[in-house]
Ligand binder design. Structure first.
Ligand code: HEC
Length: 164
C-alpha cells in the first residue's frame, strides 16, 4: 500500500513537471509570435508612411505638415528598427516570417543596413525641414533604395513555404 502511494505521488510529480515544461514552452512560443507580429506591424507602418510621404512630395504643392509628420515618423521607426529583431525571433517557431536567418548569422552586416536607413531618414528629415522639394524627392529616393537593399539581402520569402 505504502509503495503504491509513493508511486502515485511519483507519477503526479512527473505529470506536473511535464505540464510545467509545456506551459513554459507555449509561453515562449506566444512571446515569439508577439515579437514577430509587432515587427511586421512596425514594417507595415513604415511602408504606409513612406508611401504617404512619396505621394505628397510627388505633388507640385505638397502639404508640408503631412510631409513633416511622415518624415519624423520614418526617422523614429528607423531608429527603433534594430530592436525589432531580438535573437531567436527568426524562422522555425511556427510563425510566418520573412526575416532570414542571415540577420542573426551576420549581425554586423545587418547593423550596417540598419544604420544606412537611419542616416537616410535623417537626411530626408533635414531636406523636409528646409522645405526643399527637389532635395526631399532625392532623399526619399535614397531612402527607398536603403529599404530595397536590405530586403534583397535579409528578407526572404514566407517561412510557410521555406522554413529555412
Ligand atoms: C535593415 C533591414 C531592413 C530595412 C532597412 C527595411 N526593411 Fe522592410 N523588412 C525587413 C525584413 C527582414 C522584413 C521581414 C519581417 C518579418 O516578416 O518578420 C521586412 C518586412 C517589411 C514589410 C512587411 C511586408 C513584407 O513584405 O514582409 C514592409 C511593408 C516593409 N518591410 C517595408 C519597408 C520599407 C518601406 C522600408 C524603408 C523605408 C524598409 N522596409 C526597410 C528588413 C528591412
Amino acid at each position: 500500500m505504502g509503495i503504491r502511494i509513493d508511486r502515485a505521488i511519483g507519477h503526479m510529480a512527473t505529470i506536473s513537471a511535464v505540464l510545467l515544461i509545456g506551459v513554459a514552452g507555449s509561453a515562449r512560443a506566444t512571446g515569439i509570435a508577439q515579437i514577430i507580429h509587432a515587427r511586421q506591424r512596425h514594417f507595415h507602418e513604415l511602408g504606409k508612411t513612406a508611401h504617404s510621404l512619396r505621394d505628397q512630395i510627388g505633388r507640385s504643392h505638397p502639404n508640408w505638415l503631412v510631409v513633416t509628420a511622415d518624415a519624423n515618423r520614418i526617422d523614429r521607426l528607423a531608429s527603433a528598427l534594430p530592436s525589432w529583431f531580438p535573437a531567436g525571433s527568426g524562422k522555425g517557431h511556427g510563425v510566418d516570417t520573412r526575416a532570414r536567418t542571415a540577420i542573426w548569422i551576420h549581425p554586423q552586416e545587418f547593423a550596417r543596413f540598419a544604420r544606412l536607413i537611419l542616416r537616410r531618414a535623417q537626411n530626408l528629415r533635414q531636406a523636409v525641414g528646409s522645405r526643399d522639394l527637389g532635395a526631399a524627392r532625392l532623399r526619399a529616393r535614397k531612402l527607398g533604395q536603403s529599404c530595397d537593399s536590405c530586403h534583397r539581402r535579409f528578407r526572404g520569402s514566407s517561412s510557410l513555404w521555406h522554413p529555412w
